[in-house]
Design a protein around this ligand. Structure first.
Ligand code: FES
Length: 239
């Protein structure tokens, strides 16, 4: 076992665990966005950064493995500043304008970006960049993809590949141009997509949603472990 300290608490950790895993086991909250347990941990959003003694810059808790004697601070002033900057940047091209705003989004109230922004104290972006105007892919009868709301966290790709084992969703391009190739356009029925909905469940924003979501709000339904209603494959995956 390894011994580490998080926020002054002495904790035992197993070899190979990340800071986030140890913190969660100990009930210490670290906000996350791109991380999806056992499905995807690419360390892209930088919302989970923490201070690690001896490191010049904050480190992402979701991808940083613990080492013996590590000293971690999860909520220092520097960490809070970095988290606000990360969320500010994500919001800057999240499609928030007069034609697209939270109230009209199917994920309003259940959006993790909205929740994290509130948690870290970001109410608007300080980077007024041009908004994306990509076409919404709407041909799939069950699923809808709005690339303008996508934060390229790739959780949907992890869910499609690692949970459903379908490998239908892929990433394309690199860096700030990273996009998700979701086959929900006119030729969606010529792909092997089973419309299982794992991708929509994994999406933290309103980018990938089940269409029936338009008929209810998150707090009006009860979540149960179930077999997918679309294809009956039996993924039995839910968040
Ligand atoms: Fe760790 Fe996104 S949750 S970098």
């Amino acid at each position: 076992m390894l011994n580490i300290t998080i926020d002054g608490r002495s904790l035992e950790a197993r070899e190979g665990q990340t800071i986030l895993e140890v913190a969660r086991e100990a009930g210490i909250h670290i906000p996350t966005l791109c991380y999806l347990a056992e499905r995807s941990a690419i360390g892209s959003c930088r919302v989970c950064v923490v201070d690690v003694e001896g490191q010049a810059a904050p480190m992402p808790a979701c991808t940083t493995p613990v080492v013996d004697g590590m000293q971690v601070q999860t909520d220092s002033e520097r960490v809070q500043k970095h988290r606000r900057m990360a969320v500010d940047l994500l919001l800057s091209n999240h499609g928030l304008d007069s034609t697209n705003f939270c109230f009209s989004c199917g994920k309003n109230g259940a959006c993790e970006l909205q929740a994290v922004a509130r948690e870290v104290g970001v109410t608007e972006t300080t980077f007024p960049v041009e908004q994306r105007r990509k076409p919404v892919l709407d041909s799939n009868p069950f699923l809808r993809f709005d690339p303008n709301l996508c934060i390229a966290c790739q959780r949907c790709v992890g869910a499609c590949n690692n949970a459903a084992g379908n490998h239908v969703l892929q990433t394309a391009k690199r860096g700030v141009r990273t996009t998700i190739r979701a086959p929900f356009g006119p030729s969606w029925d010529r792909t092997i997509c089973e419309s299982c909905g794992n991708c929509a469940q994994a999406c933290p924003t309103g980018a990938l949603v089940e269409k029936r979501r338009a008929g209810y709000r998150e707090w009006e339904v009860e979540k149960v472990l179930t077999t997918c209603p679309h294809c009956a494959t039996g993924c039995q995956y839910y968040l």
